[in-house]
Design a protein around this ligand. Sequence first.
Ligand code: LRH
Ligand code: MN
Length: 431
Amino acid sequence: MTIDRSRIEEENQIRLSWHESDLAHAVDVVDRSGVDAEAVIVEVARFSAAAPSWAVGTGGTRFGRFPGGGEPRDTFEKVDDIAMLNALTGANRTVSLHVPWDDPGLGAGAAALRRHAEELGIGFDAMNSNTFQDNPSTTDDRTVSYKFGSLANVDDGARRAAVEHNRYVIELGVELGSRALTVWLADGMNHPGQASFRGQFERVLAGLGEIYAHVPDDWEMYTEHKPYEPAFYSSVNNDWGTSLLLAQGTGDRVKCLVDLGHHLPNTNIEQVVSRLAMVGRLGGFHFNDSKYGDDDLTVGSITPFQLFLIVGELLEAGGGQMPAAAYMIDESHNLKDPLEDLIQATDALQVALAQALCVNRTDLADAQRANDPARAAEVLHRGFRTDVRPLVAEARRRNGAALEPLATFRAVGYRAAVTAARGADSVATGL
Ligand code: LRH
Ligand code: MN
């Protein structure tokens, strides 16, 4: 499914005069606050967040799944959809694959997928292994099951299968041009006494060490913490502290991945980000939003101020720019069109970045040095309350993307076209 970029340009032309007057006003407002609006546009245009291959289809829960039609039937069509997304946002230049949900196979399969993606200008971000489901393709030993865990399992067969699966995902990633592996483990307990906390931790640490031995020198490996689900009494890698212990205990190029939905209510996630960045172990993000648990809702749709503060900590860590890290979206699209949800998620990230860039950091530091919390709040809120949408739209326009991506997605009729091509009942692999 090719993207007719002229259609996007046509839709931009309709909006250009409004955009230019809105932009002139926004630039004036921001420049008057002592922040360089042009630098904000340039930094937003530089930003990109990987799209999750497991979320370009409809997501669901144990209570049901309601596919919307025209879902990608294989990884090639997923890359097509992500190329469409990127054509509209200019900020989803890579895809993060999940194996075996998206496994083209080594050799010719991987080469063909890489060629297809390169033709569409899409790269491969961190690879995700899957040792939380018994996948016939990931272990040829039918006696092995991850029911009682993978790396943490007392069963040697399960641990060896998990290491071997991650070794395979790395080899596939090398062929695709990826440069990182994310290891999220469902391992834990449902019942007190079911296992030894220390025993599970030590087996995971040993297993990560075996996997790290297969990680190429120019790669990074990420440990992703999560307090619960599917384990409902304890998860082995339950919080940032444990994730940091695992990363520091495994190797220099092992860092922590922060999934926003993987924190207990009221956790100060921006402080977690500050800590991990401070010790040089902040590897990446899975951006989403949540009201209760790991809801995987649209980025910035429930707690936009928290997202703004998190991005603020990233700019602090990066000296006023976004530090190098694996920025990825991890959502589950149960009700909205998956691409429309990803468009809104990416826009929310671009808006939060622009707002955080509109904070006059010199004034904020002055207020902090003066122990003047009211002044500090004024400076912070001025950034958060600035209408940055024209700056974000301009950053997209400069990347050859859409001023209004969701309206343009609907105007070009992509969903109808792929539904006609793929069928109303095509179902994508993934969550
Ligand atoms: C676990 C998680 C992890 C992925 C999965 C799809 O909740 O966030 O990052 O492997 O979702
Ligand atoms: Mn995640």
